[in-house]
Design a protein around this ligand. Structure first.
Ligand code: NCD
Length: 307
């Protein structure tokens, strides 16, 4: 059972825990734009980003505001970290001012270490190339809304499956539901880490994707910032109108964003292409996490799913 004191990896969540988070998201979604919720009134989120972010940072901020709470932001540069203060000391300071913390760090597994010292609830907003559990939860919410189920799906992942933390967390999360099959399309040097491969996972070529008739194509960018050098510009798994024509009408194209050249903007108007829905649901799912981890489950509004 998830103790709701930390969310560092999808491994902490059972299928039931995930269902609770998604149900809570469904309850909060109709309220997400009205600015009327006061569930977290008087509470403060410390939103700490030791690595660049747009969606995760802003959606955590918006989520806390939509719940009636407040946010203190920490971003480097611009702090005493430039004077040599350690990340852990910085977090221990911010802990004195806040009730819950979201942390993004370029170092893999660092959040586990921080959580051992800090007493407040802590959420992993991305730790290096390891995991990005809140992205996986918003991806699952998107899949559920779009496909009506999180079971028996064929999901194709393209791009950087080695360093792409969103892929790692999403595969772990989808494995909690029966019948899902995974297909990876990547340069050989950027294959999925061995410990995440399994009997339900197959490496394929881009052209093989059409025969699979996937439910979801989840495209990702090459994480150049996590490599010493990258000379693989020849690899392009661009999804454009030609590719889209060969995919089923029931398929959905997802991407955690930012996109570089994986999704040609010419496909943006196709209803199967849904990265900006993921963005929208990201705030809703983060609202649910904040509300649950701050102990407001009993005060949720009474409305159910909005679809
Ligand atoms: C992703 C991340 O930070 O891992 N972005 C996000 O949070 N939506 C994906 C990426 O940076 O490629």
């Amino acid at each position: 059972m998830w103790d709701k004191k930390k969310l560092l990896t999808i491994d902490e969540l059972s299928r039931k825990d995930i269902e609770l988070i998604l149900e809570t998201s469904g309850i909060l979604e109709p309220h997400a734009s009205k600015g009327k919720l006061q569930l977290c009134r008087g509470e403060i989120l410390a939103n700490v980003f030791f690595e660049p972010s747009t969606r995760t940072e802003k959606s955590f901020q918006a989520a806390m505001h939509r719940l009636g709470g407040d946010v203190i932001m920490h971003k480097d540069p611009g702090s005493s970290r430039e004077k040599g203060e350690s990340k852990l000391d910085t977090l221990r300071v911010l802990e004195q001012y806040s009730d819950i913390m979201a942390v993004r760090d370029p170092e893999t597994y660092s959040l586990q270490q921080y959580a051992e010292t800090l007493a407040l609830p802590i959420i992993n907003a991305g730790d290096g190339s390891n995991e990005h559990p809140t992205q996986a939860l918003l991806d699952l919410y998107t899949v559920l809304k779009e496909k009506g189920s999180m079971e028996n799906l064929s999901i194709v992942f393209t791009g950087d499956l080695k360093f792409g933390r969103t892929v790692h967390s999403l595969i772990k999360a989808l494995r909690k539901f029966p019948g899902n099959r995974f297909f990876g399309i990547s340069p050989e040097t950027l294959e999925l880490p061995v410990d995440l491969k399994g009997g339900d996972y197959e490496e394929i070529l881009f052209e093989d994707m059409y025969g699979i008739r996937p439910d979801i194509v989840y495209a990702t960018r090459i994480q150049k910032e996590r490599m010493v050098s990258w000379a693989g510009e020849k690899f392009s798994y661009e999804i454009n109108n030609d590719v889209l024509r060969k995919l089923p009408s029931t398929a959905r194209i997802m991407h955690p964003l930012p996109r570089v050249n994986e999704l040609n903007p010419e496909i943006d108007s196709d209803p199967r292409v849904i990265p900006f829905k993921q963005v929208k649901y990201g705030m809703v799912v983060r609202m649910a996490l904040l509300a649950l981890m701050l102990g407001h489950e009993k005060e949720l509004p009474s409305q159910g799913l909005s679809n």
